[in-house]
Design a protein around this ligand. Structure first.
Ligand code: MOS
Length: 695
């Protein structure tokens, strides 16, 4: 490897679009305003279940600036979507509160909003059922859980081994629904011109937006362009096409004008997905030495009537610990609730909360230090598949973290470390996240101007993807970083997967690396003599990424945390937190650290303040804005740091990287909860740990 190559990849390079963003020049989906643009304001259903029997549209059509009211009565007929949550304004059915039943289109945003609020709607309501319990009569075992994982896995004889175990932990944890709430709400601007549709959409993957619109409107994919140049976060909620882009395109087709639909934040919780509530039953059987002989993780969750989505929360228990006898089960019921979907590390986040709290209980039951307990349960191969790990440095994460954090100063006894009215405690938990890689394509072009142009429909949702792809190209081409330009964020670019499943950089990067290497070869052949139009190569990784896995591939981490619990107010604060990760090769030290501590911060939110409360009578979650759904602010985050172990793993991709976007949140809430237990001596099993629960 040349000098340029070894210094560019891994370096803490600043985000390429950072200056543009802070200066306000970077344009987001709602900031594109084609001439003649109208504004759409969606109307959410005001009942939890039933039918729309009348829309009094004549009244609002008289209001200032109103152009049209779209509803099931007059909206364009759509093709059948793969995703039923996009079957919008096609019939009178209300499957849950907040489901969009109309769209008011007006000349200004204010006029659209005023008319939407004024629209009178009559409903025929039906009784609704919105409360999840582990005895819900509708519970069933699905075929599979999100991610294509089998819903049930059994190995060995769990019941027998558990009954025979010297130490047993039988425990239950419950998690409320959580909502993604990215800073930039979902928004789209749609423009029909010359039989073509162009949309600017806030999405994690404009390729699937393009495909969905083509399907819904009966177009060829080449007739649709979806642009997602800058995106203000998503956390999974923008991983699939969402109602605003469909409503905008419908309204634009119907009115003959470009239309912009920017989702009001209060409407987001019902229509862009969220983390479903989960109920966990965990049983661990172990010897006196702490070695696990039996492990069961059984999860109950809910989905909507619109679509089956099953949070795969028992899946990490198939990966983490030695467990010769194991049972992992998901059961689900359909309720009259909004449709859940991906939220940062779906499956791993709730699953590892329950499993890692249960491990803390096992540490107490066996009298072992929680770090030592985990080290004793490191498996040689992935327990579920029997495959060898491509790399697994969880034990190193624990050892490094233990020293850096000063774990050896911990007083074993809980509830005894005081500072005035404060009780102090420390906690630890493991993290894990799978390595996903999907096929991508990319092109690389070298021009006589000395610029190397990379084109790939990647999406930068704030992570620094653009910058890292430039670093990957510079390494593959062995050229200075400044000579690389990167074009991303449009479905007209070479086809590429979404920014999701922590797979973006590995998937796009592989294609970029391949294109870069091919271009370097071509340039070497040409010996510096470039034709006027330059040289272009195209790379596709369908073949490389389709191979049957020979190794189990996961990133791992260890999270350490110190909390203070105010015995007067019941407030919990995280004093310091350290995450140590093993995620392959880290490609940009600056943006990687920001992903890790961002995920950890979201884990603090999950532990201490985030939570959505189902109001049974109302039929929806009570928290629907940032005044009621509390997320951590800077004042909630004291000392936080992330470190990593450099892994050299040849079984991943040419860069040697694993994903880093999601692992930071995994395990973090358990580390906080375990620290609160250590501080107080009391184990609280329901998050978030708000003062009312703590006191
Ligand atoms: Mo992530 S929840 O796959 O955007």
């Amino acid at each position: 490897m040349s000098r340029a190559a070894t210094t560019v990849l891994g370096a803490p390079v600043e985000r390429r679009e950072g200056r543009e963003k802070v200066a306000g020049h970077a344009r987001y989906a709602a900031e594109h305003t084609p001439s003649g643009c109208a504004y759409g304001w969606p109307v959410p259903a005001a009942v939890a279940r039933g039918r729309v029997t009348a829309l009094h549209t004549a009244e609002v059509l008289e209001l200032p600036g109103v152009i049209e009211v779209l509803s099931h009565e007059n909206a364009p007929r759509l093709g059948e979507p793969d995703d039923p949550t996009l079957r919008l304004l096609q019939d009178d059915r209300v499957p849950h509160r907040g489901w969009h039943i109309a769209l008011v289109v007006a000349d200004t945003l204010e006029n659209a909003r005023a008319a939407a609020v004024a629209l009178r709607v009559d409903y025929a309501t039906e009784e609704h059922d919105v409360l999840l319990t582990d005895r819900h009569p509708g519970l069933y075992t699905p075929e599979e859980a999100n991610g294509g994982y089998p819903a049930v896995r059994e190995r060995g004889d769990f019941e027998g081994a558990y009954a025979a175990a010297g130490v047993r932990v039988d425990t239950s944890y419950s998690l409320t629904a959580l909502h993604n709430h990215p800073m930039e709400p979902h928004a789209a601007t749609a423009h029909w011109h010359d039989g073509r549709l162009t949309v600017w959409d806030s999405s994690q993957g404009s390729g699937s937006v393009r495909d969905a619109l083509a399907q819904l409107f009966g177009l060829d994919r080449t007739q649709v362009t979806a642009v997602s140049e800058h995106v203000g976060g998503g956390f999974g909620s923008k991983g699939t096409p969402r109602p605003p882009v469909v409503l905008a395109a419908m309204a634009a087709r119907h009115t003959g004008r470009p239309v912009k639909v920017s989702l009001p934040r209060r409407q987001m919780p019902a229509v862009v997905g969220h983390r479903a509530p989960t109920l966990h039953h965990v049983r661990l059987g172990a010897g006196a030495d702490g070695r696990i002989t039996a492990l069961a993780h059984e999860v109950v969750t809910q989905t909507s009537r619109v679509k089956e989505f099953v949070e795969q929360a028992a899946v990490p228990a198939r990966v983490m610990y030695v467990s010769p006898n194991s049972r992992t089960v998901h059961r689900v019921t359909s309720l009259d609730v909004p449709t859940p979907s991906w939220m940062r590390a779906p499956g791993e986040t709730p699953g590892m909360y329950a499993l890692e709290c249960a491990m803390d209980e096992l540490a107490v039951a066996t009298g072992l230090d929680p770090v030592e307990l985990r080290l004793r349960n490191e498996p040689d191969t992935e327990p579920d598949s029997g495959l060898p790990f491509s790399s697994r440095h969880l034990a190193e994460c624990f050892r490094v973290g233990r020293d850096l954090f000063g774990w050896q100063h911990r007083v074993d006894a809980p509830g005894v470390t005081r500072e005035g009215d404060l009780l102090l405690g420390t906690g630890v938990a493991a993290s894990t996240y799978p390595v996903y890689i999907t096929p991508s394509s990319a092109t690389a072009h070298a021009g006589r101007d000395g610029i190397h142009r990379i084109r790939v429909n990647a999406t930068d949702i704030g992570t620094g993807a653009r910058t890292v792809l430039a670093q990957i190209a510079a390494e593959a081409l062995d050229v200075p970083l400044e000579s690389v330009s990167v074009e991303i964020g449009s479905s007209d670019l070479p086809r590429a997967p979404l920014a999701g499943g922590s797979s973006g950089t590995a998937s796009w990067g592989w294609a970029v690396h391949k294109a870069g290497a091919l271009l370097a070869e071509r340039l070497a052949e040409l010996g510096g003599e470039l034709p006027a139009e330059g040289v272009t190569v195209t790379a596709d990784t369908r073949e490389e990424t389709s191979a049957e896995p020979t190794h189990a591939r996961h990133a791992f981490g260890a999270v350490f945390c110190e909390v203070q619990v105010d015995t007067v107010t019941g407030e919990v604060a995280v004093r310091r937190m350290l995450g140590v990760y093993a995620a392959g090769r880290i490609l940009n030290a600056r943006t990687a650290r920001s992903q890790f501590i961002g995920g950890m911060t979201m884990g603090i939110g999950m532990a201490l303040m985030e939570g959505s409360t189902m109001d049974e009578r109302f039929g929806d979650y009570a928290e629907c804005d940032l005044a009621s759904y509390h997320v951590p602010v800077c004042a909630d985050v004291h000392s936080i740091d992330a470190r990593w172990i450099e892994e050299d793993d040849p079984h991943l991709n040419p860069m040697g990287s694993k994903g880093i976007g999601e692992i930071g949140i995994v395990g973090t809430a358990a580390a906080v909860a375990n620290a609160v237990r250590h501080a107080t001596g009391v184990r609280l099993k329901e998050l978030p740990l708000t003062p009312d629960k703590v006191l």
